[in-house]
Design a protein around this ligand. Structure first.
Ligand SMILES: [Zn+2]
Length: 86
């Protein structure tokens, strides 16, 4: 897998969430670190991506696109704070 930063996750997350996601802040369920999505470590693979905590490498999200559906596993994030448009 190719490691990139969280900014590459913006496109797929924009399809799933109707908000700006690179500035959304997630809390790692393992170590408690808080990072904006754009700061996370992203590993791309054929069906999607694995997003890891840059501090402890815990898997925060797995995102796959299979045909016309997104599969989103966010069990590594205890809290995701998203700024509203207003
Ligand atoms: Zn962590």
């Amino acid at each position: 897998m190719q490691k990139l930063d969280g900014n590459v996750a913006a496109g797929i997350l924009r399809d799933v969430f109707a908000f700006e996601m690179t500035t959304a802040e997630g809390t790692c369920d393992h170590c408690g670190a808080q990072h904006q999505v754009g700061e996370l470590s992203v590993y791309m693979h054929g069906m999607g991506m694995v997003v890891r905590c840059p501090d402890c490498a815990t898997m925060l999200m797995r995102i796959a696109r299979i045909q016309d559906q997104y599969w989103l596993d966010m069990r590594g994030i205890s809290v995701l704070r998203i700024k509203s448009a207003q």
